[in-house]
Design a protein around this ligand. Structure first.
Ligand SMILES: Cc1cc2nc3c(=O)[nH]c(=O)nc-3n(C[C@H](O)[C@H](O)[C@H](O)COP(=O)(O)OP(=O)(O)OC[C@H]3O[C@@H](n4cnc5c(N)ncnc54)[C@H](O)[C@@H]3O)c2cc1C
Length: 257
């Protein structure tokens, strides 16, 4: 059979458009495909929720690919290991309570399981705004990352969703957007994004999980954004907190949705 170049294009355009139209309404929209966002998407999709994950870059995985300073190994504690076990990611004990995993295996496996569980991932798309109605976030405003990078004058599109997860890492982009544009207070001790504190792995890991919660009606923090929003310490290349936070946010939303 001879390959038809235009038929290839038609297949891509039709299938992608159908997927996008199908995702214009969802139960949960995860912003950011780092470890926290991917883990959240997996548990929510596995529970039957309609989950869409928006990732700005070409590849999901966020900061996990690079391990620590490009040494592509990650460290997790016992509770992080339990989540990696859930995903069938192999771990090796290093010292009492410390386990390592290959970051490439971790990202690729977690992503694969999330997609196979039913999460719909859209890469190369950025969240540039939220939709607000009666004091609650009801959707997201999306544009191609390339359009935003080039500063092109192209209007965005919108999606409606039940809950949003800000899993955008250090910049806490959803929280920052809401604070800047809504004029409303966030549910933090100061009413605004506090900003993360200096490195302390022990306190940072704890704070990430404790601060995994709703900070604005309809919007939850997960992963590193929790530390940025609530003023927790950064914690260096230990990833158990990110995994736990992704699982916790999924559980919190499942109690509500
Ligand atoms: C300069 C730098 C320093 C770091 N230092 C530390 C450190 O000291 N301690 C530490 O724990 N971690 C650090 N990290 C990040 C580290 O990799 C994280 O621990 C971990 O990856 C965070 O996981 P996460 O899932 O919360 O977010 P990330 O892995 O950061 O993933 C967030 C994802 O969200 C995407 N995203 C962001 N905004 C949008 C948007 N508007 N629309 C769509 N997608 C979006 C990003 O492209 C990214 O893929 C650092 C990262 C950077 C870049």
């Amino acid at each position: 059979m001879k390959l038809d170049d235009v038929l290839i294009s038609k297949a891509i355009i039709e299938r992608f458009s159908a997927k996008l139209v199908d995702c214009l309404e969802s139960d949960v929209a995860v912003v950011g495909g780092g470890p926290a966002g991917l883990v959240a998407a997996y548990y929510l999709a596995r529970a039957g929720k309609r989950v869409i994950l928006i990732e700005r870059k070409t590849a999901v995985g966020g900061g996990m690919w690079g391990g620590g300073m490009m040494f592509n190994q990650i460290v997790v504690q016992q509770y992080g290991k339990a989540i990696l076990d859930d995903f069938d990611v192999r771990t090796e004990p290093f010292a009492e309570g410390y386990y390592t995993a290959d970051s490439i295996e971790a990202v690729s496996t977690i992503c694969s399981k999330a997609v196979k569980a039913g999460a719909r991932v859209f890469n190369l798309i950025s969240v540039e705004d939220v939709m607000l109605s009666e004091g609650r976030v009801t959707g997201l405003v999306l544009n191609w990352s390339a359009v935003m990078t080039a500063g092109l004058h192209v209007d965005p599109l919108t999606i409606r969703t039940g809950f949003v997860i800000d899993a955008t890492g250090h910049p806490a982009e959803v929280a920052t957007l809401i604070e800047r544009k809504s004029g409303e207070k966030l549910d933090t001790p100061t009413g605004v994004v506090i900003g993360e504190r200096p490195m302390c792995a022990e306190a940072g890991e704890r704070a990430t999980v404790e601060n995994t919660r709703e900070f604005f009606p309809g919007v939850f923090a997960a992963g590193m954004s929790c530390n940025a929003i609530f003023g927790g310490p950064r914690m260096g290349p230990v990833f158990g907190g990110m995994l736990m936070s992704g699982k916790k946010v999924a559980e919190l939303i499942m109690q509500r949705a």
